[in-house]
Design a protein around this ligand. Structure first.
Ligand SMILES: [Mg+2]
Length: 174
């Protein structure tokens, strides 16, 4: 179960304390797109996301997108957000693309973080790759059909965490 447990839990990407990442020695932040940076059905990014990513980069941390989305959607966001590396069809929790990204930026697992909104893809994928994991509450409650299936199982994990006093949904670290 601890493979699903985030290292850092925030309500929104804007509330991420970048100093906290710097203190941990994070050099690369991989960001999920859907329901992490924008609503899953939102065709466009926005100024808030751009501002956040720029702020991360200004702090000396590389930013790349690591999404399970299809190429067209992922690439459009990368272009829009001026992010130079985008990994799509990542099939998280598989860690193949996370490893590719670490290689590209020449960073180790303990210098890498993954920001995402799902326990079963993002948190598990991050832990399997041995990197730091940041969980955000999803931007909107609605999800794509395949995510709805994950959310169903996610419910059990959240209840387990709550029972064991490990993590409570909605009780953020920020
Ligand atoms: Mg997502």
């Amino acid at each position: 179960m601890s493979l699903f447990r985030p290292d850092y839990y925030v309500s929104n990407f804007e509330n991420i304390n970048i100093d906290r990442l710097k203190k941990r020695g994070i050099r690369l932040l991989l960001c999920d797109i859907d329901n992490t940076l924008v609503a899953f059905n939102d065709p466009e990014s926005n100024e808030k996301v751009k501002r956040f990513l720029r702020k991360v980069e200004e702090n000396g941390i590389h930013v790349a997108l690591c999404s399970n989305a299809a190429p067209a959607r992922a690439k459009r966001f990368a272009r829009d957000l001026d992010v130079d590396k985008v990994y799509y069809l990542s099939f998280k929790p598989l860690s193949r693309n996370i490893k590719k990204a670490m290689k590209h930026y020449n960073v180790s697992p303990n210098q890498t973080a993954l920001l995402g909104d799902q326990l079963m893809t993002d948190m598990l994928g991050g832990h399997l790759a041995g990197i730091y994991t940041i969980l955000t509450a999803p931007i909107i409650e609605k999800d794509k059909w395949d995510t709805q299936i994950n959310r169903f199982f996610e419910g059990f994990i959240y209840r387990h965490f709550e029972k064991k006093n490990i993590l409570k949904k909605g009780e953020f670290d920020d």
